[in-house]
Ligand binder design. Structure first.
Ligand SMILES: Nc1ncnc2c1ncn2[C@@H]1O[C@H](COP(=O)(O)OP(=O)(O)O)[C@@H](O)[C@H]1O
Ligand SMILES: [Mg+2]
Length: 210
């Protein structure tokens, strides 16, 4: 695992601190372990899965014909949760610049940190994971995802995330997530577009901008 801009001591179990409220965007090819990671480290209600939203809008999570409706629902859930200062872990591939930008902008509207967790596993591992799961997407799709993901790895630095965490193959057991609750300030009278804002809490290692 590595946090961009920071040196991480290898072979040491680390605590990754995540703010509540904030947006954590999971990004990686199909079968890179995003949903498994999310289920292991977060409460089910903290995870907004695009697969689940797709199933909610069209009854079938593999039916790729309704991306607009699916991601409108993802964004709506994220917005509603942020409006009451909840943590949002967005479980989708987030491979495109536009997908990441949209989630970043939603987070910015609510003035919360937006972080990117990149699942940088070898292609062979993802193909192997995919073969073993019930609903595999196939090697061709994973190879296509890898091409886009490699471009993302090279370009995300300048996109404006508060933190970029790269998760590698041997990291799954090597760290734990701690959720930091930060104090929030509720305006007595709501301001359009800034219904509720959160104050900035002290920065704690490894420095998500809380
Ligand atoms: N660390 C891991 N070790 C072994 N198998 C894993 C690991 N992470 C994920 N898997 C398996 O790989 C498959 C794909 O994982 P999943 O989390 O669904 O990927 P994604 O959400 O990125 O598509 C699942 O069957 C899952 O059980
Ligand atoms: Mg998944």
């Amino acid at each position: 695992m590595s946090v961009r801009g920071q040196t991480v001591e290898p072979n040491r179990k680390r605590t990754i601190r995540v703010c509540r409220p904030s947006v954590v965007v999971l990004c990686g090819p199909a079968a890179s372990g995003k949903s498994t990671f999310a289920a292991r480290h977060f409460r089910p209600t903290q995870v907004i899965s695009s697969d689940f939203c797709r199933a909610l809008v069209c009854d079938e999570e593999r039916d790729q014909r309704y991306p607009l409706q699916t991601f409108a629902l993802v964004e709506a859930i994220v917005s509603q949760r942020l409006s009451i200062n909840r943590l949002c872990v967005v479980d989708s591939t987030a491979l495109t610049f536009e997908a990441r930008k949209s989630l970043r902008e939603t987070g910015r509207r609510f003035q919360v940190p937006v972080e990117l967790f990149m699942f940088d596993l070898p292609l062979e591992t993802c193909v192997d994971f995919d073969r073993k799961r019930e609903r595999s997407v196939g090697e061709k799709v994973i190879r296509e995802h890898f091409q886009i993901f490699n471009q993302a790895l090279a370009s995300v630095e300048s996109e404006g995330f508060d933190r970029i965490l790269e998760i590698h193959e041997d990291d799954f057991e090597s760290f734990q997530i701690e959720i930091l609750y930060r104090p929030v300030f509720h305006f007595a009278q709501e301001t359009p577009g800034k219904e509720r804002r959160s104050s900035r809490a002290p920065v704690l290692e490894p420095s998500p901008r809380c």
